[in-house]
Design a protein. Structure first.
Length: 204
């Protein structure tokens, strides 16, 4: 792709570095910004810079947040005894989009995957166990994608939590095995949360 402007080329390369955006889409976005008033492009750039400088991780659940606690953890009207364990931030957004869940979350930051070199110590597992040991949590919902890595992670977590007395459940399998939670439609995902079942993966 030939460019008549070095500035256009640099902007296209910047957009194209984002996941799911190819050079043609990046060029279309850049040309759209070029046609706008300069202040529009400035606002766009400032919003990204402000987001990157100020966004932080919730100290309790590891969700994205503007403050020490995210808006979900800080909301006292939510069920503080119920914690939904998910792989990533996009899963939180997917579940929130269903409108079926009013508890809290815990973002693991991935799943156990020896092939990719991801072990338990690379995930936010110790902080989950600590939350449970504090005594306020009564039920843990494992809302993790039903893949081999996901099932391995659920099994590991259930073993870690076995002696805490907390109830461990998994979402109902309206989500097909091998699928990603974030891509499930809201109706199926919402029903899977509501129809959760006790986890039976650890022998007593």
């Amino acid at each position: 792709m030939n460019f008549s402007s070095r500035f256009i080329e640099e902007a296209v390369n910047a957009f194209a570095s984002l996941p799911g955006i190819g050079k043609k889409t990046a060029l279309r976005l850049v040309l759209h910004l070029v046609k706008q008033q300069p202040e529009i492009a400035v606002q766009f750039a400032e919003a990204i810079v402000k987001m990157r400088r100020n966004i932080r991780e919730c100290e309790r659940c590891h969700n994205i947040s503007d403050d020490k606690l995210c808006s979900i953890c800080a909301n006292r009207s939510r069920d503080q005894s119920l914690v939904c364990v998910v792989e990533g931030i996009r899963d939180v957004m997917a579940i929130e989009g269903t409108g079926q869940y009013r508890g809290l979350y815990h973002v693991l930051g991935g799943v156990i995957s020896p092939i990719e070199g991801i072990g338990p110590s690379d995930l936010n597992i110790d902080s989950l166990v600590q939350r449970v040991n504090e005594g306020a949590v009564k039920e843990i919902i494992m809302a993790i994608s039903p893949t081999i890595e996901g099932e391995t992670t659920i099994f590991y977590l259930s073993k870690k939590l076995r002696d805490t007395g907390v109830q461990v459940s998994t979402i109902a399998r309206g989500i097909s095995f091998g699928g990603d939670l974030e891509y499930a439609d809201e109706l199926t995902l919402g029903r899977s949360i509501v129809a959760r079942v006790p986890y039976k993966g650890v022998n007593e």
